[in-house]
Write a protein that binds this ligand. Structure first.
Ligand code: SF4
Length: 330
């Protein structure tokens, strides 16, 4: 059966990383090949959301060239680069070139705690100040599409609302994830993530209610995403089914395509196919989809959740109405 082309993806352009985060072993991966920028010309033209990730994507010096190839191939796609933000001068210099190619591109800076807590989790001295320096440089370039991305761990859960408030003060967006194990995305480290339930509840209730107070569809959707992540962290279940390997995929630095960042079933290497359709409709890709259904673990990450939220506007709308006027009670 022919599968429709996907609309959403994460593209990891390198495994190199200058951070030493406690929940990720990517930086330990050495001597891996990186695909050439020209390979990105095989991406599907149907893409509407693309997250450029890593490792640390700004460690690839040809990142402007990669963005140019992707932009030409999928001009309708929204694009966001996820960075740890630890090289403010380099990021500023590369973003000047990238903004000339795609002026509306976004940047998401990972921040896993307020002040010292961020430094403790990332194991990088002065982590908070480096990231705020990067953020301010990007704001001076005129960028509006900026966000801080928080990864929840037992150690930092009490800082969740504080970092959220910082984003409100600075007039930028807030996004978050729950640290999970993934061989091909976090380098195989085993994460046993069970934050204090009472604190998690308080922090989530605050952020979800704040987002619902607005009259902004995007912020309502973010509140629903937070609800899904809260439920996932409590019950390891998804509130909506999503479509890894059908509407969504993850492409790693070596050119291997996976159904998602947490489903490590290879669908084929893009370098071995003449076109995206050949890979996407291959027997190997079908087998990987089958494994997602039969063995795949649940996941609730913004990349795959986004397609699920868009696909179920009615359930999401009902949830928003109920909780906007009744208040979120977890
Ligand atoms: S989580 Fe991101 S920034 Fe941290 S080590 Fe892994 S790839 Fe690097």
């Amino acid at each position: 059966m022919k599968i429709n082309n996907p609309i959403d993806c994460v593209i990891g352009i390198t495994y190199n990383c200058n951070s030493r985060c406690q929940m990720c072993d990517i930086w330990k991966i050495k001597d891996f090949p990186e695909i050439a920028p020209s390979e990105y010309a095989k991406l599907p033209t149907t893409l509407r959301d693309i997250n450029i990730s890593g490792g640390e994507p700004f460690l690839r010096m040809d990142i402007p060239e990669i963005i140019a190839v992707i932009q030409k191939r999928a001009p309708k796609a929204r694009m966001v680069i996820s960075t740890n933000g630890f090289t403010p001068t380099l990021i500023e210099a590369q973003m000047k070139k990238i903004l000339a190619i795609k002026p509306d591109i976004g940047i998401s800076i990972s921040v896993d705690g307020y002040g010292d807590m961020h430094e403790n989790i990332r194991h990088i001295p002065d982590a908070w100040n480096k990231d705020m320096d990067t953020l301010e440089r990007l704001q001076k370039l005129g960028m509006k599409n900026l966000r801080l991305a928080f990864t929840i761990l037992p150690e930092n859960v009490q800082d969740f609302a504080k970092v959220y408030d910082e984003t409100r003060r600075r007039g930028i967006q807030f996004t978050h994830a729950f640290a999970q194990s993934s061989e091909h995305y976090f380098g195989g480290i085993q994460v046993d993530n069970h934050p204090d339930v009472k604190v998690l509840k308080e922090q989530y209730s605050y952020v979800m209610n704040e987002e619902l107070k607005s009259w902004n569809l995007k912020r309502w959707a973010r509140s629903y995403f937070a609800y899904g992540l809260y439920r996932f962290s409590m019950e390891r279940e998804q509130v909506l089914s999503n479509d890894p390997g059908t509407r969504f995929f993850y492409l790693d630095a070596r050119g291997m395509v996976y159904p998602s960042v947490v489903h490590s079933y290879g669908m084929g290497n893009i370098q071995n196919y003449d076109s995206w359709e050949d890979l996407w409709n291959s027997e190997r890709a079908d087998n990987a989809r089958e494994l997602v259904l039969t063995k795949g673990k649940p996941a609730w990450m913004i990349c795959t959740a986004r397609t699920a939220i868009k696909k179920h506007p009615l359930s999401v709308g009902m949830w928003v109405l109920k909780n906007k006027f009744g208040g979120v009670k977890l």
